[in-house]
Design a protein around this ligand. Structure first.
Ligand code: COA
Length: 239
């Protein structure tokens, strides 16, 4: 799935995980194993699986395997000259990686494809985004998990949420600053499906000053999305 979301300069890797699968912890570096030594098995599994994906994506670029501990900003600490992003959700792990010479930042997010719990939209969607969701049949609804998918069989509210998380993962390493759900206006465009999987693009227009650590302006972050195999996956790349 993830390869459909990335330009040639960015390599992706993903894992579909069954709950009974053994965790990929054996492949962790000591510094990584130490970070999750006291975590529950579910956390250890997602941490290890996502890092296995990251190292597979690095290998596709010809980058030697390296430890990817969680850094002080929350994201993985990539080797010098490398940018990337990882995600994990129940049953799925993924990563996208690039050389920083050609790509400034990457964000990826995966979610189970289903409606957001009732009430969540109020905290994550702008009024204009909620108007759009109403129009595509995915407005806030007390039926919650029983709500059917909207237009084209997509839970657009979940897609919006994922696009916001992906935006944050690309934004934060570039700026070092917090970005709230109210600080980016997402516009989703359905594009050609990938086989039977709905897919398309999105633009996150930043509503706060987006100066990066190097001082240049960042006004929007662009990305792609796909809904397939029970997941919504979004990816954003800042060139
Ligand atoms: C950080 C956040 C985006 C993670 O998303 P999530 O759906 O909870 O979890 P995912 O499994 O998709 O991603 C988890 C990975 O995100 C990465 N991550 C965490 N903080 C990060 C940051 N500041 N920058 C980049 N990546 C980050 C980590 O690598 C983490 O995996 P790890 O803990 O195994 O190292 C989310 O928890 C959050 O804080 N969101 C609020 C900010 C936001 O989304 N604003 C909207 C702006 S429009």
């Amino acid at each position: 799935m993830i390869e459909h979301l990335l330009p040639a300069a960015v390599r992706g890797s993903e894992l579909f995980v069954h709950p009974a699968d053994p965790a990929a912890e054996a492949e962790l570096y000591p510094v990584e194993r130490e970070q999750i030594a006291r975590s529950v098995p579910k956390r250890r599994s997602e941490y290890a699986g996502a890092r296995a994906c990251a190292r597979a994506a690095m290998a596709a670029l010809g980058i030697d395997p390296a430890p990817l501990p969680k850094g002080p900003g929350g994201g993985p600490q990539w080797p010098g000259g490398v940018v990337g992003s990882i995600t994990h959700t129940e049953g799925y792990r993924a990563a996208a990686v690039a050389f920083s010479l050609g790509v400034r930042a990457v964000g990826v997010d995966a979610e189970r494809h289903g409606p957001l719990p009732p009430g969540v939209l109020r905290t994550v969607a702008l009024p204009a985004e909620r108007d759009w969701l109403e129009a595509v049949g995915a407005g806030d609804d007390p039926r919650g998990r029983d709500r059917p998918a909207g237009m084209d069989g997509v839970h657009w509210d979940r897609l919006l949420f994922s696009a916001k998380e992906t935006t944050y993962k690309a934004w934060h390493p570039l700026t070092g600053r917090w970005l709230g759900f109210e600080d980016a206006h997402i516009t989703v465009t359905p594009g050609p499906a990938v086989g039977a999987a709905p897919a398309g693009e999105f633009v996150s227009r930043l509503l706060v000053p987006g100066h990066t650590r190097t001082g240049d302006a960042l006004t929007e972050i662009r990305g792609r999305w796909i809904v397939d195999r029970g997941f919504v996956v979004t990816a954003a790349v800042v060139m």
